[in-house]
Design a protein around this ligand. Structure first.
Ligand code: FAD
Ligand code: FES
Length: 264
């Protein structure tokens, strides 16, 4: 992890409130672990004081280009959305523990489930899994058709099923409905689950798959302060305390945790 300046190459709106930001800088050469994040100083001065965590969506390590896809939620991301090409951007990263991929074996099948703005880190993850000979299937859920992001990019990595709550694109319902209803995604059809998205979705996945003993990893979102394990702003509770350790820091022990490790 290090702190460094990158230069904005482009910052384009892709759907309502969601932007794709490409930056270039030396520290990006270290961003090789999918699921890690960068802590972004959104403004140039002290407003906002705290950095904002944004996931690595894609990296071109040779050219040191990082792609982030972010949704405007409040003050920090609004300022970020006003970034223009050529502007410097102060980054801290890469941070956190990403999705474990070293143990994956050629010929395995990984199921990647994303919800809303949790979809971006699954793009880089899928690409790295495919490089290791792992088959990737995506199931990505959104509220409605106009919110769907990265569908074409994900399709280029693995079969991608879109699910919307109102049925305006893909299947109607929640991502968990698709797993219940078909697409040949019954539990025996895949070896490992990776997911990132809203808490209720992660909770539904944990409730469903923890009792089955399936291997899985969930990436959590939590409000953050320092981003490096010092302030305790991001703690969450573990399910079974180990050595009296009842808490995990999402920024430094996570954001990715094995299925069943933390209470959701
Ligand atoms: C590890 C990690 C990776 C993330 N990756 C991405 C990403 O790739 N793309 C993306 O769009 N967002 C991502 N987020 C969420 C993003 O960090 C927040 O949306 C952002 O910090 C909001 O800042 P803001 O100043 O715009 O909003 P604020 O003005 O700080 O808050 C506006 C609203 O957003 C809520 N909010 C703020 N921060 C969070 C948060 N961390 N989680 C949930 N709700 C929050 C607040 O409660 C408030 O309701 C990630 C978060 C984490 C922890
Ligand atoms: S954000 Fe400071 S400890 Fe996690």
């Amino acid at each position: 992890m290090r702190k460094g300046m990158a230069t904005v190459l482009s910052n384009q709106q892709i759907v309502d409130r969601v932007f794709r930001l490409e930056v270039q800088g030396d520290l990006i050469g270290e961003m090789t672990w999918p699921g890690q994040f960068v802590h972004v100083r959104c403004g140039t001065g002290i407003d906002p004081l705290l950095r904002r965590p944004i996931s690595i969506c894609d990296v071109n390590v040779e050219e040191k280009i990082l792609t982030m896809v972010y949704r405007v939620e409040g003050h920090g991301t609004k300022i970020l959305s006003e970034s223009v090409p050529g502007q410097p951007l102060d980054l801290l990263g890469p941070l956190g523990q990403g999705f474990p991929i070293d143990e994956r074996k050629e010929g395995e099948h990984a199921l990647l489930i994303g919800g809303g703005i949790g979809v971006p880190p699954l793009y880089y993850l899928g690409k790295e899994l495919v490089k290791r000979g792992v088959k990737v299937t995506y199931v990505i859920g959104f509220g409605t058709a106009s919110q769907v992001i990265l569908e074409d990019e994900l399709q280029s990595v693995g079969t991608t099923y879109v699910v919307t709550m109102d049925g305006s694109a893909g299947e109607k319902g929640l991502v968990t409905d698709v797993l219940n209803e078909g697409f040949n995604l019954e539990d025996s059809a895949w070896d490992v689950l990776y997911s990132c998205g809203p808490l209720p979705m992660l909770k539904a996945l944990q409730d469903r798959f923890q009792p089955t003993g399936k291997e899985g990893y969930l990436s959590l979102e939590q409000r953050m302060g320092c981003g490096v394990g010092a302030c305790l702003a991001c703690v969450c509770q573990t399910q079974s305390p180990e050595n009296g350790k009842k808490y995990r820091k999402v920024c430094s022990d996570g954001p990715v945790f094995p299925l069943g490790e933390v209470k959701l």
